[in-house]
Design a protein. Sequence first.
Length: 356
Amino acid sequence: MARKHILTAGPAVMPEPVLERLAAAVRDYKGRGQSVLELSHRSADFVEIHARARDGIASLLGLSDDYVVLFLQGGASTQFAMLPMSFLPEGGVADYALTGAWSMKARKEAERYGRVKVACTGAEEGFRQIPGRLEQSGDAVYLHYTSNNTIYGTEWSAAPESEAPLICDASSDILSRPIDMARHAVVYGGAQKNLGPSGVTLVIMRRDWSERVVRELPTMLDYRTHIAKDSAFNTPPTFGIYAIALVCEWLAEQGGLSAMAKRNERKARRLYELIDGHELYRGHAALDSRSLMNVTFRVGDEGAEKRFLAEASELGFVGLKGHRSVGGCRASIYNALPDESVTALCDFMSDFAARN
Ligand SMILES: Cc1ncc(COP(=O)(O)O)c(C=O)c1O
């Protein structure tokens, strides 16, 4: 069957060459007579795979030795709790930039452990915009922000200015562009958008932060456990880590993150220009806050939108329906989405607009 145009928000599109390498390795890893799925996490082969994934991330982001790369489980949602549990003391304060549902969820977890100051919120405007100004506490342990808001299609164009160290949920734009890591204590994300299959959570942490843990923690929820054992204290998600290694190698072949950023800008610009060029389409996000990863828009009235989604589905576009809390449509155009899929979507949208 012909491959579809995968516009899902996550789990999301994977680079085709990576899918091919994964498929081959599922059958037989390096002629070992053994699938990659069957490798022990203590085997030399897997130790090498892990190093490729870890070093791949470090090299793409230009990480210094001050940072550790961890592959954990539990999704970004577990990080919402693990971070304040580890670093926010009772009576201490953390600043949270509220730019969408995921930052609200992160804030809720932090409130269990200490005080939270809302540094900004876009709730009243339906999270259409990244707020321009932050109100910070002065004594905050950290400022938490969500670099890309998957549901609303908004994205910080650069990390916010902050006196406090930054903690970033980069689940939906990690590795889509370079990050100024020196300004961040922690960057984390679920793998299932730009990195690989669901089931792996990437956490990049400044080493000295792991020494700042403020309370007694269960072993598995203590970053120090995973740092000491190089993410293999218990059985890690081996297949997902292998996929991340391959995705990193694919990204390096594409020219790394600066090249990716340019390509992502080009892909997104084509779609936004099309949306702005037809009365039928209305972008959801404010112009200065538009995401390069998730393009959210409405199509005419309810009837037109339904027809649009039905026709799109017939033509092989998958995952265009917007998140239930926003409605409308959302095209998730992560790193791995080929230019040809953007061209096909633009052609379909122009044609649909001409007919409606
Ligand atoms: C920005 C952002 N943060 C957090 C999450 C939650 O991630 P997980 O499902 O890995 O817990 C998502 C999921 O879509 C997301 O888009």
